[in-house]
Design a protein around this ligand. Structure first.
Ligand code: UD1
Ligand code: UDP
Length: 381
C-alpha cells in the first residue's frame, strides 16, 4: 500500500513549537510520509524553532516582509501554496490554530480539494475582533476542515454548538508534548544572562506581549504597568524577550526601556524560554501559548488581555485575566508579589491542556480516517 502523504503547514513561532513534535511523530509512522511546508510568515523566530527541533522544511514560501499586513500574508501564502501542493501532492494538509498562515493554508487546501486536519480546533472567544484576526481565522478554518483535533473537552463542546460533530477528536494540546522534550531540571542556558539571574533571591517575572488588538493604547498601558511594578518593587526582576514586530519594539522603547530591574532581551529559542518559565516566579503575558505552558510548570499567569479562549486554567485557578488597564494590572501583580497566600493559591501545577500524548492521538486519528487503524481514545483530564 502507498504511504499517506501528510503535509503540515505552518509559519509562525507558536505554530512551529506546536507542530514540530507532530511532524516528527507522523514521520515515525511507517504508513505515513510526513511533509513539512513552511510559509515563513515569521522568519527568524520560525528558523529558531526549526533549529531547536532539528527540523528542515520540504518547502519554504519565505513570505515575511517588515510590517506585513494581513492581506500581504494571506495573498502571499495562497499563491505560494498552489505550487507547494502541486509539487508535494499531499493526501491531507494539517494546519494549526488561528494565524493568517492557518487560514490561508486551509483555504488553499480547499481550492485544491485536499482534506484538512485542524490542530488546536474549537477555541473561541465569540468576539469577532478579539483576538484579532485570530477568532475569525479559526472560525473560518472550522468551516473548511474535515478533521478537528481539539485540545480539551470544552473546545469540542464549542464545535458541537456549531453543529460540528463528525471527525472531532479530543487530543490534548501538542504544546505539552513539546514541553516534555525541552524542559530539564539540570538545563544550562546558552544565553549567559539567564544563568546569572537571581532566581532564589528575587522574584523573576517573565513577560511577553505582542497581540495586534493590544497595539496602541492597551500596549502603552501594559508597558506603563510593567514600569510601575519594576520601579516600586526592589525584590522583583522583569525578564522580557521582546517580539521582533517593529510595532511592539517601538512601544517597548518608548515606555519601558531604561527602567531599572527590567531585562529587555531578544526572542529566546523555545528550549531557553521553556526552561526560563520553569524557573521564574510568575508570568505576565498576552500570549496564547504561555497560558498553556505556565500552568503545566506550576507558574501563576496574569493575562494581559480582556478575554481568553483558554478558560480551563482560569477555572483551575492558575491563570487570571488582568485586562489592559494600567492600575488593574499593577494591583493584580502586586497581590501576587506581596501576598504569599494569594501566590500559593495560584502556584500549583495543573495540566488541563494535555498529557504529552497529543501527537500520538492525532497520528492515530489520521490513520483511522484513512482506514488504516483504530480510533484513538479521547484525552481526559
Ligand atoms: C502572528 C500571528 C499571531 C500569533 C503571533 C505569534 C497573524 C495575523 N498573527 O502575529 O496570531 O500570536 O504571530 O508570535 O497570523 N517579525 C520579524 N521576524 C520574525 C517574526 C516577525 O521581523 O521572525 C516582524 C516582521 O516585521 C513582521 C512583524 O514582526 O512583519 C509582525 O509579524 P506577523 O506575523 O505579521 O504578526 P505577529 O504579531 O507576529
Ligand atoms: N516563546 C519562545 N521565545 C520567546 C517567547 C515565546 O520560544 O522569546 C514561545 C513560548 O514559550 C510559546 C510560544 O513561543 O511556546 C508562544 O508564542 P507567541 O507568544 O509568539 O504566540 P501565541 O502563543 O500568542 O500565538
Amino acid at each position: 500500500m502507498d504511504k499517506l502523504r501528510i503535509m503540515s503547514v505552518f509559519g509562525t513561532r507558536p505554530e512551529a513549537i506546536k507542530m514540530c513534535p507532530l511532524v516528527q511523530e507522523l514521520g515515525a509512522r511507517p504508513e505515513i510520509e510526513s511533509l513539512c511546508c513552511v510559509t515563513a510568515q515569521h522568519r527568524q523566530m520560525l528558523d529558531s524553532v526549526m533549529e531547536v527541533f532539528g527540523m528542515k522544511a520540504d518547502w519554504d514560501l519565505d513570505i515575511m516582509a517588515p510590517r506585513q499586513t494581513l492581506s500581504h500574508i494571506t495573498s502571499k501564502c495562497l499563491t505560494g501554496m498552489d505550487e507547494a501542493i502541486d509539487a508535494l501532492k499531499p493526501d491531507m494538509i494539517l494546519v494549526h490554530g488561528d494565524t493568517s498562515t492557518t487560514f490561508a493554508g486551509a483555504l488553499s487546501a480547499f481550492y485544491h480539494q485536499v482534506p484538512v486536519g485542524h490542530v488546536e480546533a474549537g477555541l473561541r472567544t465569540y468576539d469577532k475582533y478579539s483576538p484579532f484576526p485570530e477568532e475569525m481565522n479559526r472560525k473560518l478554518v472550522s468551516s473548511i476542515a474535515d478533521l478537528f483535533f481539539c485540545p480539551t473537552v470544552s473546545n469540542q463542546k464549542n464545535l458541537e454548538k456549531e453543529n460540528i460533530t463528525q471527525g472531532v477528536f479530543i487530543t490534548g494540546n501538542t504544546v505539552i508534548d513539546a514541553l516534555k522534550t525541552t524542559v530539564r531540571k539540570d538545563y544550562v542556558f546558552a544565553t549567559e544572562e539567564l544563568n546569572r539571574l537571581p532566581y532564589d533571591e528575587k522574584k523573576i517575572i517573565l513577560v511577553t506581549c505582542h497581540r495586534r488588538e493590544n497595539y496602541g493604547e492597551p500596549m502603552k498601558n501594559i508597558m506603563l504597568a510593567l514600569r510601575q511594578i519594576a520601579e516600586c518593587h526592589e525584590d522583583v526582576e522583569l525578564v522580557y524577550p521582546v517580539h521582533l514586530s517593529p510595532v511592539v519594539r517601538e512601544c517597548v522603547d518608548q515606555y519601558l526601556r531604561g527602567t531599572p530591574r527590567v531585562h529587555l532581551i531578544d526572542p529566546l529559542p523555545a528550549d531557553e524560554m521553556h526552561n526560563l518559565m520553569a524557573r521564574c516566579y510568575m508570568v505576565m503575558t498576552d500570549s496564547g501559548g504561555l497560558q498553556e505552558e505556565a500552568p503545566a510548570l506550576g507558574k501563576p499567569v496574569l493575562v494581559l488581555r480582556r478575554e481568553t479562549e483558554r478558560p480551563e486554567a482560569v477555572a483551575a485557578g492558575t491563570v487570571k485575566l488582568a485586562g489592559v488597564v494600567q492600575d488593574d494590572i499593577v494591583t493584580m501583580a502586586e497581590r501576587l508579589i506581596c501576598d504569599p497566600e494569594a501566590y500559593a493559591k495560584m502556584a500549583h501545577a495543573v495540566n488541563p491542556y494535555g498529557d504529552g500524548n497529543a501527537c500520538k492521538r492525532i497520528a492515530d486519528a489520521i490513520l483511522w480516517h484513512f482506514g488504516r487503524g483504530d480510533r484513538p481514545d479521547d484525552f481526559v483530564i
